[in-house]
Ligand binder design. Structure first.
Ligand code: NCD
Length: 355
């Protein structure tokens, strides 16, 4: 059960844009807590891509791998993942291992003192007594923000919080790995500027597409196609944000005509864990990407999916070189390692490493 905290409701009610600085380090002004995709700007993304590229090169040799394992060997991280997760959990865990960080985890509140009635806020404060970083995944929208606010306002030991997915709202580190994947795929094709991205599926409740839109808007002349049944359309807040940023987009209920000139397909699954009571799930098979689409998409088009998938992308697409979803998942480990190195202000060590 969440507890009442004086000041929280008024902090929560402030528009995100007006409180971004709150999540920065008070003296260095670098990012400290990673809560919203709105915290990232283009120079930050580029910096992170460079660190991630360097880490993955260094990790290729045994010497490099051992070097990386010293970088955060004095730090400990807590993975508090109380909503199902495979890739986000595994990529964070292994990113910690790459950098030598020790980890502890809770993946189910049935095994923690929350089952005895402890609040999630007291749990977070308890973790902060033992570790140097907390990574959270939680079903409640705003959970990571509240965890950060409670530590900053009440605890004498304030440590960074990373949001590994909160409710239907935000998944900022997935957006990092998605934009990193796009940037690598288009490195010889002029980068992300001027590209057309087609997002397909449950755009209303998918937090990955929502966070990715925030980052795509940082690039020049990007166009987004939103393809979904009308009842699963991208929500108004993101459309309004894209309007304000001058990002052009097109909303369609069918894939027809959307794929031929697109540079990236981003398929997503139905988020039926968020169904209302008695809500039935529609048949979305018309939105699935199958081998027949491989004949109509551009030779340079990349196919992405945050995973898990059901049938949104058939396995007969997997062997096509344009299928990027397995690379995308692995990119998550490198970019999350880069992010954690940045948060502990140790990225200089990889920049200086001579390959
Ligand atoms: C996504 C999520 O949890 O939002 N998965 C992930 O982190 N890779 C997408 C999903 O569950 O559909």
């Amino acid at each position: 059960m969440a507890q009442q905290y004086k000041g929280w409701e008024s902090f929560k009610a402030q528009p995100i844009e007006s409180k971004l600085k709150y999540f920065n380090h008070p003296s260095s002004n670098r990012l400290f807590d990673i809560i919203f995709a709105q915290q990232f700007d283009k120079p930050f993304l580029q910096q992170l891509f460079d660190i991630a590229n360097q880490i993955r090169k260094i990790a290729k040799s045994q010497h490099g791998s051992m070097f990386l394992q010293q970088l955060l060997a004095d730090k400990r991280a807590m993975l508090f993942f109380v909503q199902p997760s495979t890739r986000t959990f595994m990529s964070f865990l292994n990113a910690c291992h790459i950098l030598g960080m020790k980890t502890s985890e809770i993946r189910d509140t049935a095994t923690s003192s929350e089952v005895k009635g402890e609040s999630p806020e007291d749990s977070i404060r308890t973790f902060s007594s033992y570790v140097d970083l907390i990574i959270t995944r939680h079903p409640d929208e705003g959970f990571a923000q509240k965890a950060s606010w409670v530590l900053n306002s009440y605890a004498n030991r304030s440590i960074p919080i990373i949001n590994g997915g909160s409710g239907k709202d935000q998944h900022p580190t997935q957006a990092l790995l998605d934009i990193y994947t796009l940037s690598r795929a288009f490195s010889e094709l002029g980068g992300i500027d001027n590209k057309r991205i087609t997002m397909i599926g449950d755009l209303k409740r998918g937090r990955t597409v929502r966070s990715l839109c925030r980052l795509l808007a940082l690039y020049h002349n990007v166009h987004i196609n939103f393809v979904s049944p009308a009842s699963y359309c991208m929500r108004e807040d993101i459309l309004k944000f894209l309007d304000q940023k001058g990002v052009s987009y097109h909303i369609s209920e069918s894939l027809d005509g959307c794929l031929e000139d697109t540079d990236a397909i981003y398929a997503t699954r139905l988020q039926d864990e968020h169904n209302e009571k008695n809500e039935s799930s529609p048949d979305l098979s018309n939105y699935n990407i199958t081998a027949k689409h491989l004949d109509i998409i551009k030779p340079s088009c990349i196919i992405m999916h945050p995973f898990p998938r059901r049938n949104e992308i058939h396995t007969d697409v997997d062997q096509d070189p344009r299928a990027h979803y397995w690379k995308q998942a692995r990119n998550g480990m490198w970019i999350r390692a880069a992010l954690m190195l940045y948060l502990f202000e140790r990225e200089h060590a990889v920049k200086e490493y001579v390959l």
